[in-house]
Design a binder for this molecule. Structure first.
Ligand code: NAP
Length: 285
């Protein structure tokens, strides 16, 4: 058996076209501001892609880039200005920030109503409480892919490898909200394969090429590979490509989760604009 490839690229294009249509229908300018500190080449590529995608969807964007040794106070001042700027709907702080910065403090400084990455403590808490507002784009995109391919979640065993704030934890919350039985694995998990072999839906978000091998996967399972590992052989995920011979559905790397993340960021930016212009405060803020 060879798994059906989940085509994140095609679905992302469809969602981006829908967002562009919705931006036109909204009829007011929508603006995303990004902040990038440092010279990490991958971060520069990601931010560049986000701006290109924004423009294609009819979303204006502002691109703020700083050298790695920029004081944290400069970034906090900029965030405060963008929070106060009525023309700005979404604020995205590209991670990672340089080591001298208090990353959680910078993320908490973003107005939760403009927090299009969904990393603010208030948006994380709302997701945890089952009242999501702005949800991190990567897990949101994965949920959209699972829905598009008709993957049943209710009562199914879902295993998420990774417990980061940006992927693993919100992913687990979203799967739980759809009534999956969720297990979260991490670096201290003993005998990872015992857990993964039970999974009807397996999400790998670690950053270790080849971590998930065919013996670790239940035949017919849906396998989502979030990772983007840069190797000499190019961009690869956490999942050994041989898993395609065991799984029922699987995302490729590249062309799976990555394009969906950008599509959902655009969707979040429009959601933030629509909500903020409605004049209703984000409940809890
Ligand atoms: P992260 O913050 O480094 O988290 C990695 C997680 O993996 C941690 O929870 C860690 O456990 C766990 N882990 C490490 N080694 C493990 C092992 N041997 N067995 C089981 N778990 C292990 O990374 P992240 O930000 O979540 O990103 C994960 C991957 O997804 C990266 O490759 C990243 O580039 C990619 N990513 C892709 C997208 C996209 O759009 N496609 C978006 C975001 C991230 P501990 O908590 O115990 O340390």
């Amino acid at each position: 058996m060879t798994a059906v490839r989940i085509d994140g690229k095609a679905l992302a294009l469809k969602i981006r076209a829908e967002v562009a249509e919705d931006v036109r229908a909204f009829g007011e300018p929508v603006c995303l501001a990004t902040i990038l500190v440092g010279d990490d080449p991958a971060s520069h590529v990601y931010v560049g892609s986000k701006h290109k995608a924004s423009h294609e969807a009819g979303i204006d964007s502002r691109d703020h880039r700083f050298p790695a040794d920029t004081p944290e106070s400069d970034i906090l001042d900029l965030v405060a200005d963008l929070n106060a700027d009525d023309a700005v709907d979404g604020i995205l702080v590209q991670l990672p920030l340089p080591g001298h910065m208090d990353e959680p403090a910078v993320l908490r400084s973003v107005d939760p109503a403009k927090d299009v990455d969904g990393f603010h403590i208030l948006n994380a808490g709302r997701l945890y409480l089952g009242e999501p507002f702005l949800v991190p784009a990567t897990p949101l995109g994965i949920m959209a892919m699972l829905a598009e391919y008709g993957v049943e979640l209710k009562g199914k065993e879902a295993v998420v490898i990774g417990r980061s704030e940006i992927v693993g934890k919100p992913m687990a919350m979203l799967l739980l909200a759809e009534h999956a039985t969720v297990t979260i694995c991490h670096s201290r998990t003993v005998d990872l394969a015992t857990h993964t072999r039970r999974a009807d839906i397996l999400v790998a978000a670690v950053g270790r090429a080849g971590l998930v091998t065919p013996e670790m996967v239940k035949p017919g399972a849906t396998v989502v590979d979030v990772a983007m590992n840069r190797t000499d052989a190019g961009l690869v995920g956490d999942v050994d490509p041989a898993v395609f011979e065991v799984a029922g559905l699987m995302t490729p790397v590249p062309g799976g989760v990555g394009p969906m993340t950008i599509a959902m960021l655009l969707r979040n930016t429009l959601t933030a604009a629509q909500h903020r212009r409605s004049g209703v405060a984000v409940p809890g803020s």
